[in-house]
Design a protein around this ligand. Structure first.
Ligand code: ADQ
Length: 720
C-alpha cells in the first residue's frame, strides 16, 4: 500500500529533475546566444567594413581621374558605388571638407566636416555608429591629395537577422523543452494509470469478496486460508500476557495456568491453528525453569504445536511499562470508567524501552524479511513502528483489544503523537467497532500530518499506508471447555452443591477480572435493588461472582477489591438469612473448565461493563449453553451488545432497569430462553474467532499481494 506514495514521490523527483534540466538548458542557451550574437555581430561588421574599403580602394584611381573633370562622370561613379542595396550613401569631400558630390540619402551625421578630421593616412578611417534608423558603418578613404570618399552602409539588417536567428533558436528550444518535460510525464502518467487499474483490481477483490456463509470458519479453514494466501508462513504473535504460565506451587510442583485474559482466550485457538511463535512476558514463577536456552517453550502441554518465546523484565520495567504507563495511563484513558489516568515520565521511558525490547525479540523470531506479525493490545503501541524500522517489508497487524477514545480524550496524554506514530507503523490496525476506528481517524486527523483515505479506510503517513478496520473479536467455536462431557444438569448439581444452594434456588453468575471497568460494584448494587424491589427473590436468588484478582499492585484495583468486599458484606448482611447469602464472592482465578461449569449452572449471567472493547464473557456464556437455557443480561457499553441483540440489553448505571432485566430473566419462559439463546449461538457460530483471525489474515494476504504487484510494476517502470 506504500505503492502510491512511492510512485508519486518518484514522479515528483522526476518532475523536479526535468524542470531543473530545462531551466539549466534555458540558462545555457541564453548565455550561448549572447556570446554567439556578439561574436557574429563583430564578424559581420568586420566583413562589411573590409568589403567597403575594398570597394573604395578599387574606385580610388578612377575617382581621382574624374575628380576635376566632368561632374556628371564623377557622379556616375558614386552612383555605381551606391548600387548595393545596403549602401546608404556615398559622398566625395574636397580637402577643405566641402562636398564635391554625394548620392541622395547620404546621412547628414557623416557629412564632410564630421568625418574629415578623422581621415588620416592611406588607411583612412572607419567606425560603427547608431543612427535613428539603426546601426551603420562608415568608411572613409583619402583620394590622393584631392580629398576623400565616404561610404556609409546600413548594418540594421545584421540585427534583424540576429533577432530572427534568436527567435528560431528559442522556438526550437521551447519545443525541445516541451518534449523533454511532456514525454516522460505522459509516459509516467500512462504507466501510473496502468498501475492504478491493476491495483484497483486487487483492492476491489479485497473489498468486495462476498462471504460464503455456508462455509463456516473453523480451525481447519483458518489453516487452509493461511496455506492458500500466506503459503503457510510462520506467524509471530506479540502480547504482554502469555497463553500458558508455569507456576511453582506450595508443594514444590510446577503447574500450568491459563491466564484470565480475553486476549489469550481469543488468540490461543488461532495460534493452535496456525503455529509459529508467541512472544510474551515470562510472568510465571517457574517460567525461567521451563524454557530452553533460547527462552522458548513448546506448548500447549501434551499437544505441542507452537512456541512461546519468553521475554524477561526487571521489576522497574514491569512497574513502569505494565503497571504504570499501560494500566494506570492507557487503560483508564481508553475506558470511560471515571478513573483518572496517571502519566509519569518515568513510566513512559520504561514503556518505550520495553516496547523496543519486545520489538527486538519479535524481529529475532522472524524467519524472513517480510514476516506476518500480529501485535496485540495497548501494551505495544510503539512496537509496530519499531518493528517496521528493522523489517520494512513486514506485514504488521495490530489489534487493539480495548476501546479507542475520542480525540479530545486522547489529547490529554502527553505522548499522544508518539502513540499514534507508533501504531501507524502497522500495515493493518484493527479495532472491535467502527466507532473506535472513527475515533482513531479523528485523532490522527487532529494531531498528525497525515492523509486520511476515507474511501479505503486508511491513513497514509510519510509514504506508508495503514488500513484501519473493525474486526469484532470472538471465541473459538465450539469452545473446548464446553465439551467436557458434563451435562448442564450435572454442572448445575455440582455448583449448587458447592455453594450449598437449595434445589429450587435461582442462580445468577458474573465472571470477570477484578477491574473497575467491568462494573462489578454496579452489578452487586443492581442485585440489591432487585431484592429490594422484588422481595419474592429474597432467600431464593443467589448471585455468584467469580472475580480473578487483577493488577493488584495498583491502588485503584486495591480500592475496588475492598469496595466489592464491603458491598458484598453489606448486601449479605441486609438480605442474608438462615445460611442464605444473596451474594457469593469467589475472589480467585478459576481454570476454564470451572468457569464453564458456573456458566452452565446459572439461570442468568450479568455482564455489566461500564465500557468494554468486546467482552468475551458474554460470548462464552452463550457458548456454554448448549442446553439453550439461561438468559444473558448485557451492558449496552460492550462491543458484544452490537452482536448479541437477543440478550437483555441494559444501562449498568441504571439500577432499576438492570434489576428489572434480572427479574425478567429469572421469570422468562423456557421457550423464549431457547429462542434467544439459539439466535445468539447462531451469531457466534458464524462470527467466531477463526473468522476474526481469518479476515485479518486474508486482508493481510491481499495487502501483501497488492504491495508485490506495486513493487513489481515500479521495478518494471524503472527498468523501462
Ligand atoms: P478482558 O478485559 O480480559 O479482555 P473479556 O473479553 O471479558 O475481558 O475476557 C475475559 C476472559 O477472562 C474470559 O475468557 C473469561 O472467561 C476469563 N476470566 C474472567 N474472569 C475469570 C476468572 N475469575 N477466572 C478465570 N478466568 C476468568 C480484553 C478487553 C475486552 C476484549 C478482550 C478480547 O477488555 O473488551 O473482549 O480483551 O479482545
Amino acid at each position: 500500500m506504500r505503492y502510491f506514495s512511492i510512485e508519486s514521490s518518484q514522479m515528483r523527483r522526476m518532475a523536479q529533475f526535468l524542470l531543473a534540466l530545462v531551466l539549466g538548458l534555458a540558462l545555457l542557451t541564453w548565455a550561448a546566444s549572447s556570446v554567439v550574437r556578439t561574436t557574429a555581430q563583430e564578424w559581420f561588421e568586420r566583413d562589411v567594413n573590409s568589403r567597403a574599403r575594398l570597394a573604395l580602394a578599387g574606385a580610388r584611381p578612377s575617382l581621382a581621374a574624374a575628380w576635376n573633370g566632368d561632374p556628371g562622370a564623377l557622379r556616375a561613379q558614386i552612383v555605381a558605388l551606391n548600387r548595393d542595396e545596403r549602401v546608404m550613401g556615398v559622398a566625395l569631400c574636397n580637402a577643405d571638407f566641402t562636398v564635391r558630390a554625394s548620392t541622395p540619402g547620404f546621412p547628414e551625421a557623416f557629412g564632410c566636416w564630421a568625418v574629415g578630421s578623422r581621415v588620416r593616412g592611406e588607411d583612412g578611417w572607419s567606425s560603427v555608429a547608431t543612427l535613428p534608423t539603426g546601426r551603420a558603418s562608415v568608411n572613409a578613404v583619402p583620394v590622393e591629395e584631392l580629398g576623400f570618399a565616404v561610404l556609409v552602409q546600413d548594418l540594421s539588417y545584421i540585427e534583424r537577422r540576429e533577432s530572427q536567428a534568436q527567435t528560431i533558436l528559442l522556438v526550437t528550444f521551447a519545443l525541445l523543452a516541451a518534449l523533454a518535460l511532456g514525454v516522460p510525464m505522459f509516459v509516467a502518467r500512462w504507466v501510473r494509470s496502468g498501475r492504478r487499474a491493476e491495483l484497483r483490481k486487487v483492492r476491489m477483490e479485497m473489498e468486495e469478496q462476498p462471504e460464503d456463509s455456508s462455509l463456516q470458519w473453523n480451525a481447519e479453514r483458518l489453516k487452509r486460508t493461511l496455506n492458500r494466501h500466506l503459503h503457510g508462513e510462520k506467524i509471530v504473535i506479540l502480547s504482554n500476557r502469555e497463553p500458558y504460565l508455569h507456576v511453582r506451587k506450595a508443594d514444590g510442583s510446577i503447574e500450568v495456568q491459563h491466564p484470565a485474559s480475553g486476549l489469550v482466550t481469543a488468540l490461543e485457538p488461532v495460534m493452535r491453528a496456525c503455529s509459529g511463535t508467541w512472544v510474551a512476558h515470562g510472568a510465571g514463577s517457574a517460567d525461567r525453569e521451563t524454557v530452553d536456552r533460547f527462552d522458548r517453550v513448546r506448548v500447549p502441554p501434551g499437544e505441542e504445536s507452537y512456541d512461546i518465546r519468553r521475554v524477561w523484565l526487571t521489576e522497574e520495567q514491569e512497574q513502569g511499562y505494565y503497571y504504570g504507563f499501560s494500566n494506570e495511563g492507557l487503560w483508564p484513558l481508553c475506558h470511560v470508567a471515571h478513573a483518572r489516568p496517571q502519566f509519569r515520565a518515568e513510566d513512559w521511558r520504561q514503556y518505550r524501552e520495553v516496547n523496543q525490547k519486545f520489538a527486538d525479540a519479535v524481529c529475532d523470531e522472524a524467519d524472513s524479511d517480510d514476516p506476518v506479525i500480529l501485535v496485540q493490545d495497548y501494551h505495544f503501541a510503539l512496537a509496530p513502528a519499531m518493528i517496521r524500522k528493522r523489517l520494512p517489508a513486514a506485514t504488521v497487524i495490530v489489534f487493539w483489544h480495548i476501546p479507542w477514545p475520542n480525540a479530545e480524550r486522547l489529547g490529554i496524554c502527553p505522548w499522544r503523537d508518539e502513540l499514534l506514530e507508533g501504531l501507524l507503523g502497522s500495515s493493518i490496525l484493527g479495532f472491535h467497532t467502527q466507532l473506535h476506528c472513527n475515533n482513531f481517524f479523528e485523532a490522527v486527523d487532529r494531531y498528525l500530518e497525515t492523509r486520511i483515505d476515507r474511501e479505503h479506510h486508511a491513513v497514509v503517513r510519510q509514504g506508508h499506508r495503514t488500513l484501519v478496520r473493525p474486526y469484532p473479536i470472538s471465541i473459538e467455536w465450539p469452545v473446548r471447555w464446553a465439551e467436557t462431557g458434563e451435562t448442564a444438569a450435572e454442572s448445575r448439581a455440582r455448583v449448587f452443591a458447592d455453594l450449598g444452594l437449595k434445589p429450587n434456588a435461582l442462580l445468577g453468575v458474573g465472571v470477570d477480572r477484578l477491574d473497575y471497568t467491568k462494573g462489578i460494584e454496579e452489578r452487586l448494587e443492581a442485585v440489591e435493588t432487585l431484592l429490594e424491589r422484588y422481595p419474592e427473590f429474597r432467600g431464593r436468588f443467589t448471585f455468584v461472582q467469580l472475580a480473578a484478582p487483577s493488577r493488584t499492585k495498583i491502588e485503584r484495583y486495591r480500592l475496588l477489591n475492598e469496595s466489592v468486599e464491603k458491598l458484598t458484606e453489606r448486601i449479605n448482611a441486609r438480605f442474608g438469612q438462615d445460611g442464605y447469602s444473596p451474594i457469593v464472592l469467589l475472589r480467585a482465578h478459576h481454570e476454564p473448565p470451572d468457569v464453564f461449569r458456573y456458566f452452565r449452572a446459572a439461570d442468568l449471567c450479568y455482564v455489566s461493563s461500564l465500557h468494554d472493547g468486546m467482552n468475551l464473557v458474554a460470548k462464552e456464556f452463550v457458548a456454554a449453553r448448549g442446553d439453550l437455557k439461561g438468559v444473558l443480561v448485557l451492558s449496552e457499553f460492550t462491543g458484544a451488545a452490537r452482536e448479541l441483540t437477543e440478550a437483555l440489553i441494559v444501562n449498568p448505571y441504571d439500577m432499576e432497569a438492570a434489576s428489572e432485566a434480572m427479574m425478567v430473566a429469572l421469570t422468562m419462559p423456557a421457550e423464549e430462553q431457547r429462542d434467544r439463546m439459539r439466535s445468539m449461538r447462531a451469531v457466534i457460530t458464524q462470527f467466531n474467532v477463526y473468522r476474526w483471525a481469518g479476515k485479518m489474515l486474508e486482508d493481510a494476504a491481499r495487502l501483501r499481494s497488492q504491495e508485490r504487484v506495486a513493487s513489481r510494476l515500479s521495478a518494471r517502470s524503472l527498468v523501462g
